[in-house]
Design a protein around this ligand. Structure first.
Ligand code: SF4
Length: 240
């Protein structure tokens, strides 16, 4: 039987897709973003074991809220694409009940069943961590190659995408990098929205609880003006 490992769920999410969302946070992530506020989702093999049917059944308990708001179910993480068989089955189950489906991913892994996953996906929230490959390896521990290829695949398939980009002073808050990111976004044909997420330190306590050193402890959040400026650069080439 297919099953997945879930870190936690949220019944009334309002930022991870349209409307009110039931959010399933999958357990396990291959990246190690220096700013991660969900470091407790990193480890694979732990968490709560669920079947595709049982997690969708939990979401359906909130159906009246999801439907009335134009919402649905979002698989976030961790990295939902790192449990591809479970993800495909859970998306299929959700679609069989008429739920709008979204996945919140960094696109860092390339599952063999990605086409089947995308057939069941109404929206992808795609985190572009860093447009520069060398800088991305420092920031996340991995290349950005899979992410950028995934973005292209979504564009080719016409899957609606909301791009997300965390703005970190000294790392992504950089004119050249922001311009390059905006130019890349401009090559994609399916982007509905670009969101700049100002860096924050809300998850630091989880690093401390895990006994990990937090490398960005001296980095302050960007200002509102810096965030607006970054948004204008990322949207500069967007085609609607
Ligand atoms: S992809 Fe998300 S969960 Fe994984 S390390 Fe980065 S911020 Fe954390």
């Amino acid at each position: 039987m297919t099953y997945g490992m879930i870190h936690s769920t949220e019944s009334c999410g309002t930022v991870d897709g349209p409307g009110i969302r039931f959010i399933a946070f999958t357990q396990g992530c291959p990246l190690r973003c220096q700013y991660c506020h969900n470091a407790d989702t990193w480890e694979f093999g732990c968490g709560r074991r669920v079947t595709p049917e049982s997690i969708v059944s939990e979401a359906l308990g909130y159906r009246s809220f999801l439907d009335a708001s134009g919402g649905g179910i979002t698989f976030s993480g961790g990295e939902p694409l790192a449990q591809p068989e479970f993800l495909e089955a859970a998306l299929r189950e959700a679609k069989s009940h008429g739920l709008h489906t979204a996945i919140d991913t960094a696109g860092s892994v390339k599952p063999a069943n990605i086409e089947q996953i995308l057939e069941q996906t109404d929206l992808v929230l795609l985190d572009i961590k860093h447009i520069d490959d060398a800088a991305c390896r420092i920031l996340t521990g991995r290349s950005n190659k899979n992410t950028l290829e995934f973005a292209q695949l979504l564009s080719d398939r016409g899957i609606p995408v909301w791009i997300r980009h965390v703005l970190i002073p000294g790392i992504t808050l950089n004119e050249e990098f922001l311009r390059r990111t905006g130019e890349f976004i401009g090559t994609l044909k399916n982007v509905e929205r670009v969101e700049v997420l100002p860096y924050h330190q809300l998850g630091v306590y989880k690093w401390e609880a895990l006994g990990l050193e937090y490398a960005l402890k001296d980095v302050e959040p960007p200002t509102a003006e810096e965030t607006q400026w970054a948004e204008s650069l990322l949207n500069a080439h967007l085609v609607h």
